[in-house]
Design a protein around this ligand. Structure first.
Ligand code: ZN
Length: 77
């Protein structure tokens, strides 16, 4: 099994928390408006943390992926 990168891990956490969602047409990730999505993602990041990474770094990694995404799918515009 291929090792999951930090970005893949953070994307999985954000998807699980419904903080982001894939575009139904092309699969690009975009932000999902949910007031608690990011809070939930932070909580998940701390209990399902990336191997050998501190909880604080895990939360930062989740924020980095979240901040890199927009409200609109880049391929649909
Ligand atoms: Zn799209």
């Amino acid at each position: 099994m291929a090792k999951e990168t930090v970005e893949q891990w953070a994307t999985r956490i954000l998807l699980h928390a419904h903080a982001i969602k894939p575009c139904p047409d092309c699969g690009y990730m975009k932000l999902n408006f949910s007031f608690h999505g990011l809070d939930y993602a932070h909580a998940l990041a701390q209990c399902d943390s990336y191997p050998r990474m501190s909880k604080a770094k895990c939360v930062e990694a989740v924020d980095a992926v979240f901040d890199s995404l927009g409200d609109e799918c880049p391929a649909c515009e």
